[in-house]
Design a protein around this ligand. Structure first.
Ligand SMILES: [Zn+2]
Ligand SMILES: [Zn+2]
Length: 335
């Protein structure tokens, strides 16, 4: 099968991704073999390719927003039939035994394994996934538009939960890429008043078109204090600045897996008055199922830009330089 791999981490412009031929993987008894149709591109893939996150396998096949078709199944699999359309997300295995798994916080499982990082991902014609961690994908979305939901959507959804937005409250989205443009649609459908901060004119325009009340470049220009905010940009410098525009009792939820260092916080201007600063770590399967059902109910429409599998490097470059409106998705097979 064709696959896109990274063996040696380097800036994406220098071409660390290679297209190679590899054997089709064989599913374990509890795994599905999935023929990949489309795979979304995520900032975490960029962190893995460039070395912000250490490589855990050599080579690594990135990609954790996989939409595909069940091609074969191990002997213990019962949930899906051959030919079913399934989704594969970042969280691909948890122990089921630790205190976090038992407290419905499997996203914190110390033994958790991740797609496209601890195991081969979706930048390939075939991949495998434990059946228990595959998502059934209904008919609400076609394959390219379902892909962005599987990380951008799910992680944004968890960040939104963690942001604790009061009913009808003012929510700020800081950074407006793949995850934010999906989260915005969920937040608007719930009746939150949404404000978007982005340096990109095109991103601001998309935010307004989707229904944001206000979109601008600078946090300081916001017309009102925020009841809650989600930081999508992986920039620690934005944490104090965002905390300062939170109203009393507000929450800042940090959506990214990687963030540059946060400068010192002046307590009285940031955390005092019961403002909360919270991180987001992966997702539970429950988050994924909830997001997929809410997205179908509200008719969520991810914006996608499609690239052929072989051009994964170009897609990541465009993501890095904020040249993508919505989510970049790799086309691996048409159907
Ligand atoms: Zn566990
Ligand atoms: Zn991701």
């Amino acid at each position: 099968m064709r696959a896109v791999v990274v063996t040696k981490q380097a800036p994406v412009e220098s071409g660390p991704l290679e297209v190679v031929e590899l054997p089709v993987p064989r599913p374990e008894p509890d795994e599905l073999l999935v023929r990949v149709l489309y795979c979304g591109v995520c900032r975490t893939d960029l962190h893995i390719v460039e070395g912000d996150l250490p490589l855990r396998r050599t080579p690594t096949i990135p990609g954790h927003q996989v939409v595909g078709v069940v091609e074969d199944a191990g002997a213990q699999c019962r949930r899906f039939h051959l030919g079913d359309r399934v989704g594969i997300a970042w969280l691909r295995w948890t122990c089921g035994e630790c205190k976090f798994c038992r407290r419905e916080r499997e996203n914190l499982c110390p033994r958790a394994r991740f797609t496209g990082y601890d195991a081969p991902g979706g930048f390939a014609e075939y991949t495998v996934v434990p059946e228990a961690f595959a998502y059934p994908l209904g008919e609400a979305f076609d394959a390219p538009h379902a892909a962005p939901l599987l990380c951008a959507g799910i992680i944004g959804f968890r960040a939104l939960k963690r942001a604790n937005v009061p009913s009808g409250g003012r929510l700020g989205l800081i950074g407006f890429g793949s995850s934010a443009h999906i989260t915005l649609q969920v937040a608007l459908a719930r009746g939150y008043r949404c404000y978007v901060i982005s340096r990109g004119e095109a991103h601001q325009k998309l935010a307004r078109r989707l229904g944001a009340i206000w979109a601008g470049r600078r946090l300081e220009a916001l017309p009102y204090p925020l009841d809650a905010a989600i930081l999508f940009a992986p920039v620690g410098d934005l944490v104090p600045a965002t905390m300062r525009v939170l109203d009393r009792g507000g929450t800042l939820s940090i959506a990214g897996i990687h963030l540059t260092d946060i400068p010192s916080l002046r307590y009285s201007e940031t955390l005092f008055f019961e403002r909360d600063l919270r991180s987001v770590t992966a997702n539970t399967r429950q988050d994924g199922l909830q997001l997929l059902s809410e997205a179908a109910r509200i008719g969520l429409q991810p914006e996608v830009e499609i690239y052929p599998l072989e051009e994964a490097g170009r897609a990541l470059e465009d993501l890095k330089h904020s040249r993508i409106s919505g989510t970049a998705v790799l086309r691996v097979a048409e159907r």
